[in-house]
Design a binder for this molecule. Structure first.
Ligand SMILES: Cc1cc2nc3c(=O)[nH]c(=O)nc-3n(C[C@H](O)[C@H](O)[C@H](O)COP(=O)(O)OP(=O)(O)OC[C@H]3O[C@@H](n4cnc5c(N)ncnc54)[C@H](O)[C@@H]3O)c2cc1C
Length: 469
């Protein structure tokens, strides 16, 4: 996204990618007629990507077929209760009212609050760099904004004051995991994601999110971005206080500006060793990682949707396990079955199940053993896929760490745990002139919408700071 923005503004942009395919964690895999998105499966705020495509003279609608999902999510609990969220708040409130009397009104009240959080966050926190809390304060209109963003209390506390029903507290708490965070540590600000989903929709790209990656690459090439694949950056070169370019294993590239999309820890440990910055990166907590199982399923499963969540009995214990560095004993399981919406993603009479649980960012976790165990766990609370699975491939923290150089296999870079997490993320400006960071480990954090915002903030800074010669 940064490359498209800069190239659309007339800059010469080269992208160096260590893997033999582009897109990073936005990736997909096909086997025996089944296609799986192995990273993002839920797209929110596609308008952010549309903004970038428009700078390149096209639009998201021109490049991909977008589908707004309705229903958006199917939620299941161990007591066999279930509720389906619709793509429209009033219908969802009605479903909730039938699920748990009183909760329809609680949901609408929560959305009103969450919208206010989103509106203020969008024009303050997400509108620019946050090199200091003061820079955000300057973008606030009044002290009331400070209270609106609800950053003092934790998300868990917001859940408890918003809903009487513990199941719906768990539903709201799950939004912490959208940034790989822990609801009892992350700020209540994250409740705004509930409003973003309810008002702006949960989206799918026909052909899978891999089609979105292909569109990004296509648009980037059209505006002149050059890509080098299998090009591992070994060092970032600097002379005195300025970057001068970068070194590949077998080549040297001269550049006045270097934008690093890799994780900040990799940058300051390996690419441009910097003890102070490295120490500070290591102090900001990593996001969670996960174990994903890609299951090629035969036959059709009743009562499921595109996005499904089977909640654990005890969320506090689940996150306690993660904090203690363990795979949760009883995990909440997210299941994306995009073939429900898009039959091209599985053979006729088949389903492409992508299962994901949260784990600590620890590459020593034995993900291979988690595969069969996760199917057992799912069978205990939901569909039993064990007899219908034609294959099950596992991706764990070690795979994520190795493939993307993401320390620990962290999915979202740095977490939002703690009141000051937003300000402790590695800064967008590096310690040398011309060096910038973008993506999940810097401001404003991980997930497709936030890394797209990150690209906007850093590109605007570069275009302002480095005039064309
Ligand atoms: C299993 C999973 C599920 C997810 N689900 C969702 C979801 O549903 N919705 C959502 O919005 N987000 C989701 N995400 C998060 C989302 O994928 C990320 O936040 C986002 O893609 C990160 O983008 P990035 O550019 O910051 O980093 P990356 O995608 O990690 O890109 C960094 C790139 O830099 C390359 N690189 C690193 N070091 C070097 C080097 N030295 N030389 C050359 N290249 C290098 C890497 O290979 C990689 O391609 C998910 C992620 C995962 C893994």
């Amino acid at each position: 996204m940064t490359a498209i923005r800069l190239a659309s503004a007339g800059r010469h942009v080269m992208v160096f990618e260590r893997n033999d395919e582009l897109g990073g964690k936005l990736s997909s895999r096909s086997r025996d007629g089944y296609t799986f998105d192995t990273g993002p499966s839920l797209l929110t705020l596609p308008s952010l990507i549309d903004d970038v495509f428009r700078l390149a003279g096209t639009s998201l609608d021109n490049e991909v077929t977008l589908q707004r999902l309705d229903p958006s999510f199917h939620y299941f609990w161990p007591d066999a209760s279930t509720v389906t969220f619709r793509d429209e708040p009033i219908s969802t409130a009605e479903a909730l009212e039938a699920f748990s009397p009183g909760s329809g009104a609680e949901y609408l009240a929560l959305l009103a609050r969450a919208r206010a959080v989103w509106n203020v966050s969008e024009r303050t926190f997400f509108a620019g760099d946050v090199s200091s809390p003061l820079s955000v304060l300057r973008r606030m209109r009044s002290p009331r904004d400070l209270l609106q963003i609800d950053a003092i209390r934790t998300l868990q506390s917001r859940c408890e004051t918003s809903f009487g029903d513990k199941r719906l507290q768990q539903w709201l708490a799950r939004y912490a995991t959208y940034s790989g965070s822990d609801p009892s540590l992350a700020p209540a600000t994250l409740a705004c994601i509930a409003a973003v989903e309810a008002d702006h929709g949960s989206w799918y790209v026909r052909g899978g999110l891999g089609a979105l990656r292909d569109a990004m690459v296509r648009v980037a090439r059209r505006v002149g971005v050059e890509f080098l694949l299998g090009a591992e950056v070994a060092k970032i070169e600097a002379l005195q206080r300025r970057v001068t370019g970068l070194r590949l294993h077998d080549d040297q590239i001269v550049a006045p500006v270097v934008v690093v999309n890799a994780d900040a820890e990799h940058l300051y440990r390996d690419l441009l060793p910097h003890t102070k910055r490295l120490r500070s990166v290591q102090q900001s907590e990593r996001s969670t990682s996960g174990v994903a199982v890609l299951v090629g399923v035969e036959g059709r499963t009743p009562l499921i949707g595109h996005h499904n969540v089977w909640f654990s009995r005890d969320y506090a214990r689940e996150f306690g396990d993660i904090r203690a560095g363990c795979v949760p004993i009883e995990p909440t399981i997210y299941g994306c079955i995009s073939s429900v919406t898009d039959p091209s993603q599985a053979p006729a009479n088949g389903e492409n199940w992508f299962l994901l649980i949260n784990t600590p960012a620890d590459p020593t976790i034995n993900a291979r053993d988690c595969g069969p165990w996760l199917l057992d766990q799912l069978a205990a609370v939901g569909p039993d896929l064990r007899q219908r699975a034609r294959f099950a491939e596992v991706i764990g923290p070690h795979d994520i760490a190795m493939r993307y150089c993401s320390p620990g296999g962290a999915i979202y870079g740095t977490s939002s745990n703690g009141r000051n997490a937003a300000f402790r993320r590695p800064a967008m400006r590096g310690p040398r002139k011309g060096l910038y960071l973008v993506g999940g480990s810097t401001h404003p954090g991980g997930g497709l919408p936030l890394v797209t915002m990150s690209a906007r903030i850093v590109s605007n800074t570069i275009l302002r700071t480095h005039r064309e010669r």
